[in-house]
Design a binder for this molecule. Structure first.
Ligand SMILES: *Cc1c(COP(=O)(O)O)cnc(C)c1O
Length: 389
C-alpha cells in the first residue's frame, strides 16, 4: 500500500546530502576520498560560543522559550539587522527557527498555498522547489544564463510572472553559483516585484562571505515598500560555523506574516533548543573577527581553485563572488551531472555534487569548505579525470 500523500510522494530526498553520505561511507571503508561535497564550513564552532551553551546548560536553561525564540536573542538579532543591514525591526517581527532552512520553510508555508506560483531563479538551492511543493504551491523555475553570472535579469523575471505569482525567492550570495546581486540589480528586480505586490523571500545566509570589493545588500533595505514585501532569512550556520546548532531566523515588517510564522512554529517544532539559542546569542555578542578570519581562508581557497579551473579548457566557470562554491560547467564534455559525479567518485575518489540537484544538469558543484591540502590533491585527481575523459 502506498500511504504517502500524492503531493509528497513526488518529492525526492536532498541529493546534496546523498552524495555527502556516499563519500562518507567510502571514507569509512578506508578510501582516501577528496570531498568537495560539503555544504558547511570545515572550521570548528568558536570556543566562546560553545562555552556560552555549556554555561546555559549548567545554569538550568533547559526549558522551553517563547515559540518565536528567546526575547534576548531576538533583540540581539534586531541590533544585528540594524547595524549590518540598515533594517529596523522590533522583536515581535522576528522568529528564531530550527536553522535557516526551517526559516525558509515557515516563511513559504505562511504565505504560499494551492494555486500560488513562486518564482525561483535556477540554478537554485536544492530545497526551495520542494518546500514550495510541500506548501501545495507551484515552483516556477527561471533559467538564468552563465554569461549573466547565473543571475536572473529583470526581463527573465517579468517573463516568468503571471497573475498567480505570489513570491520570488532570492538567494544572494548564492548556493550553488556564488553569484551576488548588485544594489542596482536588486533595485530593478525589486521594482518589478513591488509593482505587482509580489513577496520576496531573501535568503541571506551567506551575507558575510563575499570577496574582493563585493558588497552584500539586503533587498529589504532598498525602500520602505520593499521592506514591507520582503521576508529576510538569515542564520548562524554559515557565518559562525554552527550548522549543527540549528538556529536561523526570519524578519518581516508585516505583522500578520510574523504572526503566521510564529503560529506555524508554535504548533510544529516550537522554538529551537534553548541552550543552542544561548550559543547563538553569544555568537552575536562576541568577537566578530572570527568571521573575517574564516572569510579570508575561504578567499584563499577560492583564488587557488579559480586558477586551477582556468587551465581546464573542457570546462567553464563563473568566478564566485560569495558563499563557498564553484559551479563548474561540464556541458562540453557530453556527460550529465549524476553520471559524471558517480564516475568521478568511483574512479578518482573525488566527491562533488551533481548539478541536477540545483536544476543544472550540465554542471557540478565544488564546495571549498575543505582544507587547501584536500583541494590541491582533489584538483590534481580531477584534472587527470577530465583530461583522460
Ligand atoms: C546552508 C543554507 C541554508 C540554511 O542552513 P541552516 O543550516 O538550515 O541554517 C539556507 N539557505 C542556503 C542557500 C544554504 O546554503
Amino acid at each position: 500500500m502506498d500511504f504517502v500523500t500524492p503531493h509528497i510522494s513526488t518529492l525526492a530526498p536532498s541529493i546534496t546530502l546523498a552524495v555527502t553520505s556516499q563519500a562518507a561511507k567510502m571514507k569509512k571503508e578506508g578510501i582516501d576520498v577528496c570531498s568537495f561535497g560539503a555544504g558547511e564550513p570545515d572550521m570548528d564552532t568558536p570556543a566562546h560560543i560553545k562555552e556560552a551553551c555549556i554555561k546555559a546548560l549548567a545554569e538550568g536553561k533547559t526549558k522551553y522559550t517563547a515559540s518565536a525564540g528567546l526575547l534576548e536573542l531576538r533583540e540581539a538579532i534586531c541590533a544585528k539587522l540594524a547595524a549590518d543591514n540598515q533594517l529596523q525591526y522590533t522583536p515581535d517581527l522576528l522568529s528564531v527557527n530550527c536553522g535557516a532552512k526551517h526559516s525558509c520553510f515557515n516563511a513559504i508555508l505562511a504565505t504560499c498555498g494551492p494555486g500560488d506560483e513562486v518564482v525561483i531563479p535556477s540554478p537554485y538551492w536544492t530545497s526551495y522547489p520542494d518546500m514550495v511543493r510541500i506548501a501545495g504551491a507551484i515552483p516556477v523555475m527561471v533559467q538564468t544564463k552563465q554569461e549573466n553570472g547565473w543571475k536572473m535579469t529583470p526581463e527573465e523575471f517579468e517573463a516568468a510572472m503571471t497573475p498567480s505569482t505570489k513570491m520570488v525567492i532570492l538567494n544572494s550570495p548564492s548556493n550553488p553559483t556564488g553569484a551576488v546581486y548588485t544594489r542596482e540589480e536588486l533595485e530593478q528586480i525589486g521594482e518589478i516585484a513591488a509593482s505587482e505586490d509580489i513577496l520576496i523571500l531573501s535568503d541571506e545566509i551567506y551575507e558575510k562571505l563575499v570577496y574582493e570589493d563585493t558588497e552584500h545588500v539586503s533587498i529589504a533595505s532598498l525602500s520602505r515598500e520593499l521592506k514591507e514585501l520582503t521576508i529576510v532569512v538569515n542564520g548562524f550556520s554559515k557565518a559562525y560555523s554552527m550548522t549543527g546548532w540549528r538556529i536561523g531566523y526570519t524578519a518581516t515588517a508585516n505583522k500578520k506574516i510574523a504572526e503566521a510564522i510564529d503560529t506555524i512554529q508554535s504548533h510544529t517544532t516550537s522554538a529551537p533548543a534553548t541552550f543552542a539559542q544561548y550559543g547563538a546569542l553569544a555568537a552575536l555578542q562576541g568577537d566578530q573577527n572570527i568571521i573575517e578570519d574564516m572569510r579570508q581562508e575561504f578567499d584563499l581557497r577560492r583564488g587557488y581553485m579559480m586558477r586551477r579551473f582556468q587551465t581546464l579548457t573542457n570546462l567553464s566557470v563563473v568566478e564566485p563572488k560569495g558563499a563557498f562554491y564553484f559551479l563548474v560547467n561540464i556541458g562540453r564534455m557530453g556527460i550529465k551531472s549524476v553520471n559524471f559525479a558517480e564516475k568521478l567518485l568511483s574512479r578518482s575518489h573525488v566527491a562533488v555534487v551533481p548539478g541536477i540537484a540545483f536544476g543544472a544538469d550540465d554542471t557540478i558543484r565544488f564546495s571549498y569548505a575543505c582544507s587547501l591540502d584536500v583541494i590541491k590533491k582533489g584538483l590534481d585527481r580531477f584534472e587527470e579525470f577530465v583530461r583522460s575523459h
